[in-house]
Design a protein around this ligand. Structure first.
Ligand code: NAG
Ligand code: NAG
Length: 349
């Protein structure tokens, strides 16, 4: 049920943000699976949709030149039955005639408002290479703050507002490696509402209101509060009004427990999103022998691992994976001198 609602919102959101005037637009296309099966005998949906794209390219071969080839970007099986493609307007017209075509939503130029601790504008994720001009419907601004100047905004990072004095860029690094989103053409507007000691509800409400007025399509609220009934949870109420204004709201599920399955922000009108965990901090996780251990430090050694955080067996497994030869497992304070007989996979005291 909830899932259907989310999709409905997503479709509304994407439909509301009509694509830019570049030669090709990105679309999310829904296809009728039963009709597709009648059309094509491939089991693999990517092959099926590639065949659709190929036939569209053949149809438009006379009019469009080679550079204008339609491109398949993704095929979807779980979220929707369909695919994402880059198409010219003529190719789009051909697609509408394909047997099994249900609907298409332009998927570029979505404006995502992010309420968080701030942003690191120099990051490669905010490069605006190849992006079309900022949509004229955007009413937001790029405010100056400490360590943040108006020139930090570009065609990707289109807005920044601060809801407290003394801006402090706080997205320091995250994980190394390649970050990739499904919607690289989206625009980002940042609303800094969280500070070292947390986020104030007053700032959050002000930011939600401003973001809706500025014209965001999606609000990403990366914050958790104490669990409260919906009628006194200001973030839930603010999200409700944002959604009524046609803005899709995504909220973090939180990671403060007390159990691994505990979630916050469960108001049914917004999407509650959990992120996977990567060993980013290195040091506290290594102390507990969680995550990947550095082999050049561990190889051939007896490793001291702190308990009380994570499974005890996983610790010894991690030591073994990094070619350690033994483990000394240190009790957390609350366990005192208590001994637990665990079947570890390498010698452990
Ligand atoms: C568990 O580890 C995390 C970081 O990895 C740390 O923040 C937390 O305090 C640890 N919990 C205990 C009980 O030590
Ligand atoms: C592993 O430890 C070695 C020796 O201290 C260090 O040079 C190397 O950078 C570490 N590797 C990682 C990935 O931290």
């Amino acid at each position: 049920m909830m899932y259907g609602k989310i999709l409905q919102f997503l479709v509304q959101v994407t439909t509301a943000s009509v694509g830019a005037t570049t030669a090709k637009n990105t679309y999310i296309i829904q296809m009728d699976k039963t009709k597709m099966a009648a059309n094509h005998c491939q089991d693999d949906s990517t092959q099926t949709y590639q065949a659709v794209i190929n036939s569209i390219n053949e149809m438009s071969l006379q009019e469009d030149d080679q550079k204008q080839q339609a491109e398949l970007l993704y095929s979807y099986e779980t979220a929707i039955s369909g695919f994402a493609a880059k198409l010219s307007s003529k190719q789009f017209q051909s697609l509408e005639k394909v047997y099994g075509f249900l609907s298409a939503a332009p998927a570029s130029d979505m404006i995502i408002g992010i309420l968080d601790t701030g942003i690191w504008p120099e990051h490669v994720s905010f490069k605006d290479t190849g992006m079309p001009a900022v949509p004229s419907r955007w009413k937001g601004v790029c405010e100056k703050g400490t360590k943040f100047s108006k020139s930090n905004c570009n065609k990707k990072l289109i807005g920044a507002r601060v809801f407290f004095e003394g801006y402090e860029a706080d997205f320091s690094g995250l994980a190394k490696g390649m970050a990739r989103g499904t919607s690289y053409t989206s625009r980002i507007a940042v609303y800094k509402v969280c500070w070292r000691l947390g986020c104030s509800n007053l700032d959050i409400m002000a930011a939600i209101e401003k973001a809706v007025q500025d014209g965001v399509d999606v609000l990403s609220l990366s914050m958790v509060s104490y669990p409260l009934p919906f009628y006194s949870d200001l973030v839930a109420i603010g999200s409700f009004y944002a959604i009524k204004s046609g803005v899709f709201v995504s909220n973090s599920a939180g990671s403060s427990g007390p159990f691994s399955s505990s979630v916050r922000n469960t108001a049914p009108w917004k999407m509650t999103l959990a992120a996977s965990y990567i060993d980013r901090s290195g040091i506290p996780a290594s102390k507990f022998c969680l995550g990947t251990l550095n082999e050049s430090l561990v190889k051939g050694k007896i490793v001291v691992c702190h308990g009380g955080n994570g499974s005890r067996y996983v610790k010894s497994e991690n030591v073994k994976k990094a070619k350690g030869v033994g483990m000394i497992l240190v009790n957390p304070k609350f366990q005192g001198d208590e001994l637990t007989a665990d079947p570890h996979i390498l010698p452990t005291a």
